[in-house]
Design a protein around this ligand. Sequence first.
Ligand SMILES: O=C(O)C[C@H]1C=CC(=O)O1
Ligand SMILES: [Mn+2]
Length: 390
Amino acid sequence: MLDTVQAAPEDTPAELRRDLAIAAIDATIVDVPTVRRHKLSQTSVTAQSYVIVRLRLAGGAEGIGEAATLGGPRWSEESVEAMKANIDAYLAPAVLGQPADRFEALGLRLDQAAKRNNAAKAAIETAAFDAVGRALGLPVSALLGGASRDRIPVLWTLASGDPAQEIEEAERKLAARLHRTFKVKIGALAPAADMARMRRLAQALAGRAELIVDANQAWDETTAARCLPQLAEMGVALVEQPVPAWNLGAMARLRARPGTPPLLADECVFDAHDMLAVAQAAAADAVSLKLVKHAGLLGLRRVASVAEAAGIGLYGGCLLESSVGAAAHLQVFSTFRALEWGCEHFGPQILTGDLVTEPLRFEDFHVHLPSGPGLGVTLDPAALRRYARP
Ligand SMILES: O=C(O)C[C@H]1C=CC(=O)O1
Ligand SMILES: [Mn+2]
């Protein structure tokens, strides 16, 4: 079905209303191998699995969205298998026939059809935004308030666990002027081994690159209290989710200690209520924004608004999305007045292949907002067939 994308129709408003009704939704599981093993505290992957949602409007315009996972239902509770099952049985039927441009009403229907399932909901909402943007000839950023930037600084994640390999990988990225900020995944090794690894990286890249780390909830408060000042002393600029998501109290106490580097909230912030709790506890300096957590572009903006109101900085997070999911994030990130910490949408570069006809452009340490209607990227049907799970 959904292999072509139609141009914006020149319709009367009544016809346009009919054209914008959601006519079909289709969910495909894909597995795309990565260029190397990517190791986090709680899992390790050699392929990225996504659900690609294709949504067709009655007028013929088509949109795409992506729900990413990292190592099955380990990073969060959603797996691609569960997402596809819930999209097919509950989420798609809840919005079929509905006007695709009434994004908040769609979100409400999705919330009534299923609790949480945030990544699956985000993929459907993204596909609705893409389809409406294409039908109207507008980029998704225009539907969200308009872009205030067309490129965003982008970091690279070092996550093989082998410091010699990681230094060599960082050197290649620096030489190619692709990335000069590196996020190091820690927590899979013992804390002392991670500190030694970080010291090697900091020495090798001193003065040429900025380092941040992500512990993915691996430490308890005592370990974090011991390691955070060491990371600050090495010049590490930001520490992501050092302690379990539930332990906001520990985040707040650690943050109040002298010698703690700035803290980035990730797994502890899914919705705007979580963001408010982090703000009230003074538990973070910045928040990582991701479609898989916030259930869509509008949810992501809601979380960002609470953070902005509390003076908490914005960081453009990822879950190793392909150019489909990355483009959706760039559309919404581009609309913020400030994106203090840049973004980490290096995902398309860690895959051995992409899912779109023209992958995102990485240049001069930035990733560029694609131009054109909708998300600005077009699904490659041959790539979808190649990576689709049989
Ligand atoms: O931030 C996470 O926890 C998930 C992800 C983002 C980059 C990466 O390497 O892992
Ligand atoms: Mn993280």
